[in-house]
Design a binder for this molecule. Structure first.
Ligand SMILES: [Zn+2]
Length: 268
């Protein structure tokens, strides 16, 4: 028999050799990797069906497995929320021009009553109300740079009539004479006439519609596809009480006319 000396030939060193430590490290890493995979797969399959993973953009749980997941490393920064959706086909705004605003005073009565102040006060109320209803609305100056090629669901310019004729009372609405979208603009005009008359009780003063209205400069600045109208909300002498003290009623009449048009309710 061969004497069993091998086990005694070299006394075993106490502690861990370098090679042993390396093997142990490999085993630990292997176990850690195995646990990570089990944990990961369990997480993907364990949730209720249809539950979107946090950070998932489209709601679909997409199993991912990578060395980065095992060691919980982020190879690149992840977006915390989806990028803003581009809405090139979203609804067009509504444009409201406060007549003369940013340019001149408009008509002046009795040395103190300026048309521009009436127009702006009413326009601001119209814009406020339409925005409260969820519409995107632009409040525009008389010669606003944005009016060049302006695209909108509708554009309405608000003016008031002067004090030259003490007996004159009523309102006027007109669109451009040579319209590119006559059916739409006629409907916008008739909506404004119908709703404004019903709300304010003023008479439609058709006889005094002038080329100033039908050839209004803004109509030639906006995109021809934008339905536009100009409204003279009343006379600053005979209708002064309404224009100064009932501006909410005046604005509401215009708002209802615009809503009639954009909601396709018909005007007459
Ligand atoms: Zn004016």
């Amino acid at each position: 028999m061969t004497p069993q000396i091998a086990s005694h030939a070299r006394p075993r060193r106490s502690g861990l050799s370098v090679a042993g430590a390396f093997r142990l490290l490999v085993v630990v890493l292997f176990l850690a990797a195995g646990l990570a995979v089990v944990h990961h797969l369990g997480g993907v399959g364990g949730g209720p069906a249809g539950t979107a993973a946090p950070g998932s953009l489209n709601g679909a749980a997409t199993p991912t497995f990578s060395i980065f997941a095992i060691f919980n490393l982020n190879p690149w920064p992840r977006p915390t929320e989806p990028p803003p959706a581009a809405t090139p086909g979203g609804p067009l705004p509504i444009g409201v021009v406060a007549g003369h605003w940013g340019n001149d005073s408009g008509a002046v009565c009795d040395g103190w009553l300026r048309e521009v102040d009436i127009n702006l006060a009413i326009a601001e109320r119209v814009v406020y109300t339409l925005r409260a209803l969820g519409y995107e609305v632009d409040l525009l100056q008389e010669f606003d740079p944005r009016l060049e090629g302006y695209r909108a669901q509708a554009l309405v310019s608000i003016h008031a009539d002067a004090c030259l004729y003490p007996e004159a009372s009523g309102f006027k609405v007109a669109r451009v004479e040579d319209s590119a979208v006559p059916q739409q603009e006629d409907r916008l005009v008739s909506c404004l006439i119908d709703r404004y008359q019903a709300r304010t009780g003023l008479e439609f003063h058709e006889g005094s519609i002038t080329p100033d209205m039908t050839h209004y400069h803004t109509f030639y600045e906006i995109d021809p596809r934008t339905p536009g109208a100009i409204i003279e909300v009343g006379f600053m002498l005979a209708d002064r009480e309404l224009l100064l003290n009932e501006q909410d009623v005046v604005a509401q009449g215009i708002v209802e006319g615009i809503l009639c048009f954009v909601r396709d309710e018909g005007g007459e």
